[in-house]
Design a protein around this ligand. Structure first.
Ligand SMILES: [Zn+2]
Length: 307
């Protein structure tokens, strides 16, 4: 019982004043009162839920306790979902499209990095592995949930063709690469997003990093998937949540309703005497489960909106 969102059931904000709660309860109670629904079992139950919500939120002490429990739950959820974002965040560039802030570090970084990290005297002719690159990539919500392919552009070091990777041209330092043997080149990839991958997941694309020097192997490309927010859908693991507004009339009488799922439009049946905050689960219409073809559920939460 305590999992119910009493604020949603009563259709009031979390910081609603007692007078608003009372007003909203009275309005709803009129609609769902068993006397007004010729004793239907469903409306009787819904009236009970409504009364339960009101009994908690109208009592200052009970409401405080209810809020406390809810905020605890919310806080622990937030803590556990905080990954390795903040500390390492500035190591992640944003690839193409966000160049103003990242372009310079991306171009200067790799060479500085090896010089600083290599304690041995550097043999300029030794085969050297190319640089690993790491970028963040914004991916649309539905693509992350169901998988797909996204075009991606980034810059990496490749062999300088002017000097054939020697750094020298006619016994002088190569002008094209300033003797670095490599030049920056824009690269385009179609990146496969595995179905149902988690937000902030890091994809490793082998050998797509910078090219090696003197025949050394290329580095890898690491892409951290950043899910773009969706105006309607929210995701918890493989389940998708959506709030769907319905008219008071539809809520009262019941009827058919078209709802948008991740990849289709479905017709669902709204039961009569539906309350705000009530949920309808549509199995198999959520996000993909663990990179496979199975899918989680779509949970529709009804919001009764006067129009
Ligand atoms: Zn060159």
């Amino acid at each position: 019982m305590s999992q119910r969102d009493y604020y949603k059931i009563l259709g009031v904000a979390k910081d609603a004043r007692p007078s608003d709660i009372k007003k909203s309860y009275r309005e709803r109670a009129k609609i769902f009162h068993p006397d007004a629904n010729s004793g239907s079992k469903k409306s009787e139950n819904q009236f009970k839920v409504l009364s339960e919500a009101y009994s908690i939120l109208s009592d200052a002490k009970k409401r405080k306790e209810y809020d406390r429990k809810r905020s605890q739950k919310g806080a622990s959820r937030r803590r556990s979902s905080r990954g390795w974002g903040s500390s390492g965040a500035n190591r992640w560039g944003y690839g193409f499209g966000n160049q103003e802030s990242q372009g310079q570090t991306r171009q200067e970084g790799p060479f500085r990095q090896t010089a600083a990290e290599d304690p041995q005297p550097h043999d300029p002719n030794a085969p050297t592995r190319g640089f690993d690159l790491q970028f963040m990539v914004d991916v649309e919500f539905v693509t992350v949930a169901l998988g797909g392919t996204v075009p991606y552009s980034y810059e990496k070091y490749v062999r300088c063709e002017s000097c054939n990777g020697s750094g020298e041209y006619k016994e002088k330092s190569c002008k094209e690469c300033q003797g670095k043997r490599q030049v920056v080149e824009e690269t385009h990839l179609n990146v496969k997003i595995p179905p149902g991958v988690a937000d902030q997941y890091v994809l490793r694309l082998q050998n797509e990093g910078g090219e090696g020097i003197n025949g050394g192997p290329p580095g890898d490309l690491f892409l951290k998937i950043c899910t773009m927010p969706h105006p309607v859908f929210k995701r918890k693991k493989s389940d998708i949540y959506a709030e769907t507004p319905i008219s008071p009339k539809l809520a009262e009488k019941g009827g058919k309703l078209n709802v948008q799922t991740l990849d289709a439009v479905k017709t669902i049946a709204v039961e009569e005497c539906t309350l705000t905050g009530e949920e309808l689960r549509i199995p198999g219409n959520g996000a993909a489960i663990s990179w496979g073809k199975k899918r989680g559920d779509l949970i529709i939460k009804f919001l009764i909106i006067d129009s």
